[in-house]
Design a protein. Structure first.
Length: 95
């Protein structure tokens, strides 16, 4: 069994938990590009449609996340209420 594991060409799956607190703007990290409200209500800080790295029919990544977008398989967004507001977690499943 050990030999079989060492000769496999497949890599072990990886789950990356990315906790961005503080100044992270989640809506500009994982962008809801199919929602017109994103573009209408964020005239100054929105990411232009041509720069969004599409990861699905409804969402895309900020252009600074190019390396993550190339490994992306799925995303889970978790918001947690606290006394000071919401804490957001993004769990990226990468290949």
């Amino acid at each position: 069994m050990t030999e079989l594991l060492h000769t496999s060409k497949q890599k072990d799956p990886v789950i990356v938990v990315l906790q961005l607190t503080g100044g992270n703007d989640y809506i500009n990290t994982v962008i809801p590009h199919s929602n017109p409200h994103y573009f209408n209500h964020r005239p100054v800080v929105r990411i232009s449609e041509s720069d969004i790295l599409t990861i699905g029919k409804e969402t895309g990544f900020h252009p600074a996340l190019k390396e993550i977008s190339e490994m992306y398989l799925s995303l889970i967004h978790i918001s947690e209420p606290t006394r000071l507001g919401m804490i957001s977690y993004a769990v990226f499943c990468l290949k």
